[in-house]
Design a protein around this ligand. Structure first.
Ligand code: ADE
Length: 241
């Protein structure tokens, strides 16, 4: 898969792409990332990429002609074009799954107070990483690259992929590693006994407990299995004690 990022700050990507798990996925040829400087598509002497908004108002807007030239120069027939913007529902894991199946993704990083609205006719989708405002879209593009890279085949082990699908729609259960006791805190007995059926049930229960506490709305929209219903009942009883 190829991801092309159109940005005003290409230097922000070096550290990220040359370290971490993402660099390994890139070296394994599962992902190619191209970073393009939008400023290279400004035609005037001072390489302007922004201008004041019609009708007044604070801040500057990214210019439609510069953005469009940058896009056309990097677009293929099968490119899917994303624009980072806080004006969208926050990104979900399902979105990353959808994007990871594309052959060619282009991420345009918005900046300043926004972009000229006319550029939106050339994009397929806006992407927001949360209900807060950042100074620009670069962090959002890094989140996208990271989240997509780990989904690409062999980017993570098949065991952790299975674990995720089993856990689909629930928060992850807590995990522990050695030592068995630290500062008076013990690893739960059941995780040390090697009984895989018991461990699976315990982990599912802990996932449900975490979800009930931190994201109860995820349970409201879920078709609970008989086992999950029973575990939730147990959790509720234990909490009443
Ligand atoms: N640009 C500024 N804020 C953003 C956000 N929350 N998500 C994506 N792009 C942004």
């Amino acid at each position: 898969m190829k991801i092309t990022v159109l940005t005003l700050f290409p230097e922000m990507y070096d550290g990220f792409l040359n370290s971490s798990i993402v660099s390994r996925i890139i070296s394994n040829d599962l992902l190619e990332v191209k970073v393009v400087d939008i400023r290279d598509y400004a035609l005037d002497k001072h390489r302007h990429v922004d201008d004041t908004p019609y009708g007044g108002g604070p801040g500057m807007l990214m210019k439609v002609d510069v953005l469009h030239r940058a896009l056309l120069d990097n677009k293929q027939d099968d490119s899917y074009v994303l624009l980072t913007s806080p004006r969208q529902k926050p990104l979900q894991q399902e979105d990353l799954q959808r994007f990871s199946k594309m052959n060619d993704l282009i991420i345009v990083c918005g900046h300043y107070e926004g972009i000229d609205q006319r550029f939106e006719t050339y994009i397929d989708e806006r992407v927001s990483i949360g209900d807060y405002i950042l100074t620009g879209g670069e962090m959002a593009s890094l989140v996208l690259i990271d989240g997509i890279a780990r989904l690409l085949e062999e980017g993570i082990s098949s065991e952790s992929l299975n674990e995720e699908s089993y856990n689909d729609g629930l928060l992850e259960y807590p995990q522990y590693t050695r030592p068995p006791v630290y500062d008076g805190q013990s690893v739960p007995e059941v995780l040390q006994n090697g009984n895989h059926a018991e461990i699976r049930r315990y982990n599912l229960k802990m996932s449900l407990k975490e979800t009930l506490k931190y994201r109860p709305e995820l349970l409201e929209n879920r078709n609970l299995t008989k086992e999950e219903e029973k575990l939730l009942q147990e959790i509720r009883c234990e909490e009443e004690i």
